[in-house]
Write a protein that binds this ligand. Structure first.
Ligand SMILES: [Zn+2]
Ligand SMILES: [Zn+2]
Length: 454
């Protein structure tokens, strides 16, 4: 996942207050679980609700036991990061770990992709969990003391954490195999950053090898550690490159000026809007966690409009971004009508999207069911709805898996504002509160257990 880079150093007082509230709530959740379990008579364990509570408690115990080893694994991935299409060492480590758990393991799928299969040999659902494994180019020095030893390459998009959480979930679920039904597929996808890996894995027969009914993934986000969020349909803005072509004629300067103005007039965000400051994404009043967010109903136009000219044609290209997933299609049709009626209708040849990428689209029912089940098990204060859509993102090629299998893409908070840890993907000072590994393994192991039963 990629977002515009920025540094948050400012007053995040409100966010801090929310974190302290969250931390104290977390303690309460743990106490409630402990009390419930102390009074569980053994004969009740056969009953479904009781078994569920006991099973999710076991998830937490197993995660707690393996947490230190998971932190070591994450730090090793962090120290030896590999760029997209070069993840040889990373994939070897993943395959070795999955084999040590006794899973069925397949390697070299679409490059350095790895798949681990956990079969319970009991009837049940088939659920896939995907983690991306590649790192990014960065020459900034690391903010942690286990810094990258691969020059110019760093894990500043959190994929080291994604990979570790997926391994942790695999280990927790394997250890509870006797209590589970169905099949879990763990997909370790290479080359997310350049949008090569998901397509490569699919083209290499991923869905001949595995047959999931649902697919899930997470990405580190800049919210506080302990928080997960997502929304039905698109959590990221839709963005597309749009191109208008005319015959090359004498009055071309007027045509180019007219077309540039046509594009720029589409933008509905004012230049002085708080929209442009990314730290407002987390603002409690106008950020993405508030139903009245300013990151809703927007359409923005990248001001770098390109003009290409041949002897016969002139084409003008702009990059648009919209919160609503269907809006850019509508805009394309409206512009076509406008151009046909314009004074340049005789020269107008074509309008089309010259660049479009699949948008992350969360299945509505699965989003609602999974968010509720995690909230029920771990406390609703950890599961926050997302409103609007994250602007200026390039999304995630997990969307290509979602084109085949319904699923949900979650954001997992990893910031700790009190400690100055800000987990904004792609920012040079990207860091995570490693407690998010525990949160991720707990929440999503439990979520998968609930889905397998469906
Ligand atoms: Zn990224
Ligand atoms: Zn990413």
């Amino acid at each position: 996942m990629c977002q515009v880079q920025f540094n948050i150093e400012s007053d995040l007082c409100n966010v801090k207050q929310n974190i302290s509230k969250m931390i104290s709530n977390k303690k309460i959740v743990k106490i409630v679980f402990a009390v419930q379990l102390t009074f569980l008579p053994f004969f009740m364990l056969g009953q479904s609700k009781t078994t569920d509570i006991a099973l999710h408690k076991m998830v937490q115990q197993r995660t707690e036991l393996m947490f230190d080893s998971l932190v070591k694994i994450r730090r090793d991935f962090h120290t030896y990061p590999e760029l997209a299409e070069e993840e040889e060492g990373t994939s070897k480590k993943i395959a070795f770990y999955l084999k040590s758990l006794g899973l069925e393991v397949y390697t070299h799928i679409g490059g350095y992709g790895v798949v681990g299969i956990l079969r319970t040999n009991k009837k049940g659902k088939r659920i896939a969990w995907r983690a991306d494994i590649d790192a990014l180019e960065s020459n900034h020095s690391d903010v942690v003391n286990f810094s990258s030893k691969n020059k110019g390459v760093r894990h500043i998009c959190g994929h080291d954490v994604h990979t570790t959480i997926a391994l942790g979930i695999a280990k927790v679920l394997t250890s509870l195999k006797e209590n589970l039904r169905g099949t879990v597929y763990f997909i370790f996808q290479p080359s997310e950053e350049n949008w090569v890996g998901a397509k490569a894995m699919i083209d290499d027969g991923l869905f001949d090898l595995i047959d999931p009914e649902e697919i899930y993934a997470l990405h580190i986000g800049p919210m506080s550690e302990g928080i997960i969020t997502t929304k039905a349909r698109n959590p990221f803005a839709d963005y597309k490159g749009i191109e208008i072509t005319f015959e090359n004629t004498k009055g071309k300067k007027n045509i180019i000026d007219y077309t540039k103005a046509l594009f720029l007039n589409l933008q509905n965000v004012l230049p002085d809007s708080k929209f442009w400051d990314n730290k407002n994404l987390l603002d409690p009043n106008i950020g993405l966690g508030n139903p009245n967010t300013i990151f809703k109903d927007y359409l923005t136009v990248n001001p770098n409009i390109a003009v290409k000219e041949t002897d016969n044609e002139i084409s003008v290209r702009a990059y648009l971004s919209a919160e609503k997933e269907t809006q850019l299609e509508l805009i394309l049709n409206q512009l076509r009508m406008k151009l046909k009626k314009s004074r340049y209708s005789a020269q107008f040849l074509d309008i089309k999207f010259y660049k479009e990428t699949a948008l992350v689209l969360n299945d509505e029912q699965l989003t609602s069911e999974t968010m509720s089940s995690i909230g029920e098990i771990y406390g609703n204060e950890h599961v926050l709805p997302l409103y609007g859509a994250i602007p200026d993102g390039r999304g995630d090629d997990f969307s290509l898996f979602q084109r085949k299998i319904p699923g949900v893409y979650f954001l997992l908070g990893a910031s700790n504002f009190e400690k100055g840890i800000i987990s904004m993907p792609h920012s040079p000072n990207f860091a995570v509160d490693e407690s998010c590994i525990k949160t991720g393994v707990n929440f999503f192991s439990s979520m998968i257990i609930e889905r397998l039963k469906q």
